[in-house]
Design a protein around this ligand. Structure first.
Ligand code: MHF
Ligand code: KIV
Ligand code: MG
Length: 277
């Protein structure tokens, strides 16, 4: 299993980090078998698994539930769990309680927090409490209502300058890794060069230290809109639907179940049950 030191080593040696989300036992198990370096139990689960139209309804309870399931499927992969909307703002006591609960119950290697600004202090304190923190800058889905939707961030010189400052501040606050979402590739490259910690991109070009994508996008599972930055590598949804339609057909036609699917009572037991002929 990777650790924060081996991930930094991968960055230094130019070995790309393959990160993917996973939300349950089978997805995590398959991702681990595929050789994924870092798994993220993302709050995107609210959208791709629970069917919400944003991530803001996702709760600490949801993250614990899915994080534990993913961990059971991937016992030997560096696991990051998202802190959900609202769970790390407000009082420090409540933030610590939420972070400890997710960290302890899921056995995660790190938790991920969206944003800089007032979140920097939270990162500093959680790292101080012994919880490794992954930072997340650029498009922040939990702040979509404030940002005006899922839009590319850091497009102007001044926004880019702010993002570079924020990224440095996240590293200074003790973050062990940084996710950059939906920003121009030139900016992502600049941030990657300026930081010591690994920088993982999603919609941030090819020059980051690694990439992360959403599981369901990567294998095309679910009928949601795929963002421009996604590459799909399988047609899982289509394969599943084809299989399931055949199942329905065979139940209707009586083709399923066959002899090999059934259980048989011994002749002598049948005689006792119904009396001999
Ligand atoms: N299925 C899924 N994949 C994701 O990558 C993802 C989620 N859900 N949910 C949480 C966030 C939200 N994300 C998103 C969702 C949509 C766009 C999107 O449609 N962006 C436009 C760009 C708009 C612009 O030009 O500013 C695109 O066309 O890709 C981007 C990020 C990334 N995350
Ligand atoms: C898109 C990734 C980085 C994420 O935060 C999530 O899946 O929730
Ligand atoms: Mg997330």
């Amino acid at each position: 299993m990777e650790n924060t030191a081996s991930l930094i080593k991968m960055k230094k040696q130019g070995n790309k980090i393959a990160m993917l989300t996973a939300y349950d036992y089978p997805s995590a198990k398959i991702a681990q078998a595929a050789g994924v370096d870092v798994l993220l139990v993302g709050d995107s689960l609210g959208m791709v698994v629970l069917g919400y139209d944003s991530t803001v309804k996702v709760t600490v309870e949801d993250m614990v539930h899915h994080g534990k399931a993913a961990r059971r499927g991937a016992t030997d992969t560096f696991l990051v769990v998202d802190m959900p909307f609202g769970s790390f703002h407000g009082s420090w006591d409540r933030t610590l309680e939420n972070a400890m609960r997710i960290f302890q119950e899921t056995n995660a290697q790190a938790l991920k927090l969206e944003g800089a600004g007032e979140v920097l202090e939270v990162t500093r304190k959680l790292v101080g409490a012994g919880i490794p923190i992954v930072a997340h800058l650029g498009l922040l889905p939990q702040s979509a209502a404030v940002l005006g939707g899922y839009k590319v961030q850091g497009k102007t010189a001044s926004a880019a300058k702010q993002l570079i400052e924020d990224a440095k501040a996240c590293e200074a606050a003790g973050a062990c890794m940084l996710v950059l979402e939906c920003i121009p590739h030139q900016l992502a490259e600049q941030v990657t060069q300026e930081l010591t910690i690994p920088v993982i991109g999603i919609g941030a070009g090819s020059e980051t230290d690694g990439q992360v994508l959403v599981y369901h996008d990567t294998v095309k599972y679910g009928s949601h809109h795929l963002p421009k930055f996604v590459q799909s590598y399988a047609e899982a949804g289509e394969t599943m639907q084809q299989g399931l339609s055949q199942y329905v057909e065979e139940v209707k036609s009586g083709a399923f179940p066959k002899e090999q699917h059934r259980f048989t009572m011994k002749e002598e037991e049948l005689e006792q049950l119904y009396g001999s002929k």
